[in-house]
Design a protein around this ligand. Sequence first.
Ligand code: FAD
Length: 310
Amino acid sequence: PFDVLVVGGGPAGAAAAIYTARKGIRTGIAAERFGGQVLDTMAIENFVSVSYTEGPKLATALEQHVRDYEVDVMNLQRASKLVPAKTPGGLIEVQLENGAALQAKSVILSTGARWRNMNVPGEQEYRNKGVTFCPHCDGPLFKGKRVAVIGGGNSGVEAAIDLAGIVAHVTLIEFDGKLRADEVLQRKLRSLPNVDVLVSAQTTEVRGDDSRVTGLVYTDRNNGSSHTLDLEGIFVQIGLLPNTEWLKGTVELTPRGEIVIDERGATSVPGVFAAGDATTVPYKQIVIAMGAGSTAALSAFDHLIRTSAP
Ligand code: FAD
């Protein structure tokens, strides 16, 4: 069995595996797709101390760094079930979709999350060419330009307020008849001179000139009429879905599916820790996921020296 089994090979999982391997304990990492969301990213300009890199390059560097150590890397493996230890300090089992079962004294969950898509024509085609999910990452790319934010929940309204300070103009588009964000955020939003809010509006198409986004089409749900907005950027903020469906009923999750952790990365199951976008960590970013992965790893190590027989 492993001393530590990491499930998930994004920034959080890679950091966790490096930290535990450096303690000289038997470490495995099982990932459906090593690199995680980083593989879907183009320019990265907020990976602190690296002015500019690109997702696939960072993903390769993550895997390279992990392979510098004696880590058992199991790529293209999807976990389907977690079975807690039968006795305190006993072995925890992680079952894989291919039927295999891995055992470990402690487990670090770092299965990340995925952004909900609008599922409209043009969205995939113009991903990273104007269609984006992350105002913290990509906001500065649209300095002085016109953008839309899709989604009127807290993250959409926060994104619109954030972007209004950088871009020329923001249109916030909400499907429902009213915004769902906290009142204080809505008040702040409405005070901004360069923001328009459209409610009961359904985005139906992303338009572009083959290389970049040039606009979007929406339907006014009150009367069915169709309208076009000319703009350069579209920030989709309609939900981040944690990859935790397989943990339901075993590990405590929030109603939104985030793994509940404490400040040490401990979950509700003894010996099971978690890190990154799959958890209740407040901000979902690469450097934050790496820090959280390191925290979970050090906590797992601490757990092992307290529970393992000498
Ligand atoms: P992820 O990167 O989501 O990795 C999860 C890992 O778990 C993957 O290996 C996945 O295959 C695996 N996995 C999932 N389910 C299972 C399962 N059941 N069994 C086994 N493995 C599983 N952040 C920034 O800081 N700067 C940026 O510029 C930036 N740009 C972004 C651009 C895009 C398009 C996207 C989508 C995100 C961007 N982010 C950016 C956010 C950043 O990528 C995430 O915060 C970060 O990758 C989270 O790391 P993680 O390890 O928690 O999860």
